[in-house]
Design a protein around this ligand. Structure first.
Ligand SMILES: Cc1ncc(COP(=O)(O)O)c(C=O)c1O
Length: 426
């Protein structure tokens, strides 16, 4: 293998021939592999089968989890999540099975009714509010704000978090109402916010008095390294800066126990929480407290949670390693045609192709039986301005399938690159 960027046209044509043959061999295998969504593998789910053994339904304060009530959640569950979110238990609302749904509810509430420290609902006739979208980011965040009619402003994601110079500048506009943040092991880059980024988010002046940071700590405890990332406490910093209503924090146990059948939680200032609960009361009498209690009894406390996540790590880390090894072997020798991230945790690796090659790479993979997340999905409106980002989700496929899928991905990326280079020479 040689540096593609230094190749002459005949050399590129020769390489294209070799890669087309290699690609065809994968295509002939009739593969049907999926690296598209960040789902736990069945082995990871098996780690939580103990949940089904737990039959206790009376909580520590005598609350009968089987019955109506306690919209804010079981007290032990509020305490448990306060440990993950870094707030006090009375700032926590424990919800149902999905943090994404809680985020949707908050955007919906703000859109229809606003927050008390603002003057109007965020969405009004003849008025298009705006939302900051660090990108690449989580496609389903962007789906929510698109769905409610926000203009989404793309902010480049850096290894330190969103480009804060741009965030500070854009946030001065009173129509900019909020920002999506995945502060630890971001989806899809796996970046964690630096201290400076968190401080600036907490302290910045915003045009909208009711500006909200949607702090989605989905991967707060999902480490795959002995030196896990640490992120500063957004609630403490906002409070110190005099903006305690600014952050809305979210997390869930979706990638701790059962995705789709675990427990989600959010946290906010007491004023926010009172307002949120009074509105939520129109929607439900209470969430599934039996599952809340079962999860606390199963995971116990922060130490129990960490021990469980170590068992998760043992299953996940080798999958990340395989992908990194293959990229190192198959892509690095081809010169500066791709780069990829090396997160200390989370569920994803971002692979960056040369500009204009991501869609073609994903298309080639799909035609040969390997499904990847659609290129561009990690950007507002599904449009990657560079057509360069591919989100790799290594957790779900078995090791050997993952190896095959990653091998094909490397061949597809190299073929797409050679095609692009030949196009440039034409
Ligand atoms: C950043 C982020 N937030 C939220 C979710 C979904 O969380 P939940 O299952 O709690 O709705 C995901 C799932 O991939 C995610 O990556």
């Amino acid at each position: 293998m040689a540096d593609y960027l230094a190749m002459t046209v005949p050399q590129l044509q020769d390489e294209r021939k070799k890669l087309t043959d290699a690609y065809q061999m994968f295509a002939d295998r009739g593969l049907a592999l999926d690296m598209s969504r960040g789902k736990p593998s069945p082995e990871q789910l098996d780690l939580s089968m103990g949940l089904f053994e737990i039959r206790q339904f009376i909580g520590e304060n005598g609350v009968d989890a089987r019955n109506y009530g306690n919209l804010e959640g079981m007290p032990e569950a509020r305490r448990f999540f306060s440990g993950i979110l870094g707030v006090s238990p009375d700032e926590v609302l424990v919800g149902g099975n999905s943090s994404l749904h809680m985020m949707y509810s908050m955007v919906e509430l703000a859109s229809r009714r606003g927050f008390p420290d603002g003057s109007a609902p965020w969405v009004r006739p003849e008025h298009k509010p705006k939302f900051l979208c660090p990108s690449p980011g989580y496609d389903r965040h962007f789906f929510i704000t698109e769905y409610f009619g926000y203009e989404m402003l793309t902010v480049p994601m850096l290894p330190t978090g969103p480009d804060m110079d741009l965030v500070e500048q854009l946030a001065k506009d009173p129509d900019v109402k909020g920002i999506w943040c995945v502060p630890k092991y971001s989806n899809p880059d796996g970046y964690s916010y630096s201290d400076d980024t968190v401080r600036r988010l907490a302290q910045m002046e915003t045009g909208a008095p009711d500006f909200r940071i949607f702090w989605d700590n989905a991967y707060a405890v999902h480490h795959i390294s002995d030196t896990p990332d640490e992120v500063l406490n957004i609630m403490d910093l906002c409070r110190e800066a005099g903006y305690e209503n600014r952050p809305l924090l979210f997390c869930s146990l979706s990638k701790v126990t059962f995705s789709g059948a675990s427990v989600a939680a959010m946290a906010a200032s007491k004023a926010n929480l009172t307002y949120i609960l009074s509105n939520l009361a129109a929607a439900t009498i209470g969430f599934d407290k039996v599952n809340q209690l079962r999860h606390v009894l199963f995971l116990k406390d922060m130490e129990g949670l960490q021990a469980h996540m170590c068992r998760q790590r043992a299953l996940i880390e080798p999958k990340f390693q395989i992908v990194w090894e293959l990229f190192e072997q198959e892509l690095a020798p081809c010169g500066n045609i791709a780069r990829w991230t090396h997160p200390n945790g989370g569920y994803f690796i971002s692979l960056y192709t040369m500009d204009g090659c991501a869609k073609r790479t994903v298309e080639l993979c799909a035609k040969a039986g390997v499904k990847l997340t659609a290129a561009g999905a990690a950007f507002p409106y599904g449009k990657d301005p560079h057509d360069s980002n591919i989100r790799i989700a290594p957790t779900y496929p078995p090791l050997e399938e993952l190896r095959t899928a990653a091998q094909l991905l490397c061949v597809a990326l190299r073929l797409a690159t050679v095609e692009k280079l030949l196009e440039k020479h034409a």
